[in-house]
Design a protein around this ligand. Structure first.
Ligand code: PLP
Length: 441
């Protein structure tokens, strides 16, 4: 059976395609005729090395990752990458600065190398906090909450502090020899449901883009060549928690080291160490990487995603020749499109993200409001609304629609509809939305 009995709308750990789980179950006790489980193999064995290389190759194919980019499998989740990018890219910029001054000593203080952040939700906010905590000169060059009053969209790039190449911030940086180490953003804010519909392009081309794609990687094609570093924790769109994928342009691996006076990068965070050892510096999270590889294989299979959507295969409106992330993107646009439409058309539900072009196709947060939607001055009874939200989540759960509560920091309702969510799951949710509204009209 390819259809799960329950529909899991959790934001992560999230659904894994049913056929992948079944395949893993079948291979659980005897991996590739080794007579043992994959978990019992040596990470130095040829069998595991082949798996490690295959997983990288599959990801490279899926995202058309150019040859001058390295693929790493690291541990510690997204939070560890918040710190890793600070250490690694400041060390890279320090090396660049030294080369520019013909190896004359440059400042070894982190504070003299700024790092820039775009904050569009809870996760980019956490990333900048970590950079500050570590002692970096982290500058928020766009704060969506400040500009918009809440995390409900993405301010136009023209309004960011680095946009104007002749603007005061950039000019002053250049004159002081302080080109930022990187420009950081989060492509899809899992908690807030805000997703970029564009890749930032108005910053200094010498400043590499660093992007957290934890919750939308593999949901659509991406031009990797525009980025310095892309990273993603696996537990949303890739596989189980425990592994993070890092994609890094190889020139960024030329970094200053301890002997250059800079604080050393902890080995487990050091991209250079990971690259040198093909992500086998220490014992890797083998099972998580194995599961990820099965998910990559599922995405690459020209039929698997259509089978996931069951009877929809015969639907002529679906482009049958799409594969990989192109197929995923088409499915995700359809799934998100019909869910937002249903919410928009209802009188009871309110989509949180008001900026339409920044609405996430992966995480759809919404609220219940009993106030008249057409009357902008109508006041809602907050207590009543929250009680209805709690009833919604409980009744949904009883019907097998799981984990629809919003993130604990924001409340409300959130439906996460990653690649593994079949279109039928979204249809079932929409039916439930309508039924609940009718009962509570
Ligand atoms: N970044 C994004 C976009 C996330 O959604 C999450 C987790 O939900 C994280 C980072 C943190 O990931 P982890 O829990 O793997 O540290």
């Amino acid at each position: 059976s390819t259809i799960p009995q329950k529909w899991n709308f959790g934001a992560g750990p999230a659904m894994i395609p049913r056929p992948v789980l079944e395949r893993a179950q079948a291979e659980f006790l005897n991996y590739e005729d080794t007579g043992v489980s994959l978990m019992e193999l040596s990470h130095r064995s040829e069998t595991y090395e082949n798996l490690n290389n295959r997983a990288q190759q599959q990801l490279r194919q899926l995202l058309s990752i150019p040859e001058n980019y390295k693929i790493l499998f690291m541990q510690g989740g997204g939070h560890t990458q918040f710190a890793a990018v600070v250490y690694n890219l400041i060390a890279w910029r320090h090396h660049q600065n030294k080369a520019k001054t013909n190896n004359k000593p440059t400042s070894d203080h982190w504070k003299d190398i700024p790092v820039d952040y775009i904050v569009t939700g809870a996760w980019s906010a956490k990333a900048v906090e970590e950079a500050k905590r570590l002692g970096a000169n982290a500058r928020v060059i766009c704060d969506a909450k400040k500009s918009l009053g809440a995390f409900t969209g993405i301010p136009a790039e023209e309004t960011w502090l680095t946009s104007d190449p002749e603007g005061p911030t950039r000019k002053a940086d250049k004159e002081a020899g302080q080109t930022p180490a990187y420009l950081y953003y989060c492509d899809n804010e899992t908690v807030n449901g805000v997703e970029f519909s564009f890749v930032p392009s108005m910053h200094d081309p010498e400043v590499p883009l660093v992007c957290d794609m934890s919750s939308n990687i593999l949901s659509r094609p991406v031009d990797v060549s525009k980025f310095g570093v892309i990273y993603a924790g696996a537990q949303k769109n890739i596989g189980p928690a425990g592994v993070s994928v890092v994609i890094i342009r190889d020139d960024l691996l030329q970094t200053s080291e301890e002997k250059d006076g800079l604080s050393p990068v902890p080995l487990m965070l050091d991209y250079k160490t990971m690259v040198k050892n093909n992500s086998l510096y220490n014992t890797p999270p083998m099972f998580a990487i194995y599961m990820s590889s099965l998910v990559f294989e599922w995405l690459l299979d020209p039929k698997a995603q259509r089978i996931q959507d069951g009877e929809k295969e015969a639907d002529k409106s679906i482009q049958q020749d799409l594969v990989g992330v192109q197929a995923a993107a088409a499915r995700n646009a359809r799934k998100a499109g019909k869910l937002y439409k249903a919410l928009q058309e209802s009188k009871l539900y309110r989509i949180v993200v008001t900026d339409e072009k920044s609405r996430s196709k992966m995480n759809v947060p919404f609220r219940i409001s009993t106030a008249d939607k057409l009357d902008p001055h109508a006041v809602s009874d907050k207590k009543k609304d929250e009680a209805l939200e709690a009833a919604f989540v409980a009744q949904a759960e009883a019907k097998g629609l799981l984990q629809l509560a919003g993130h604990r920091s924001v409340g409300g309702i959130r439906a996460s509809i990653y690649n593994a969510m079949p279109e039928e799951g979204v249809d079932v949710l929409i039916d439930f939305l309508k039924e609940f509204e009718k009962q509570n009209a």
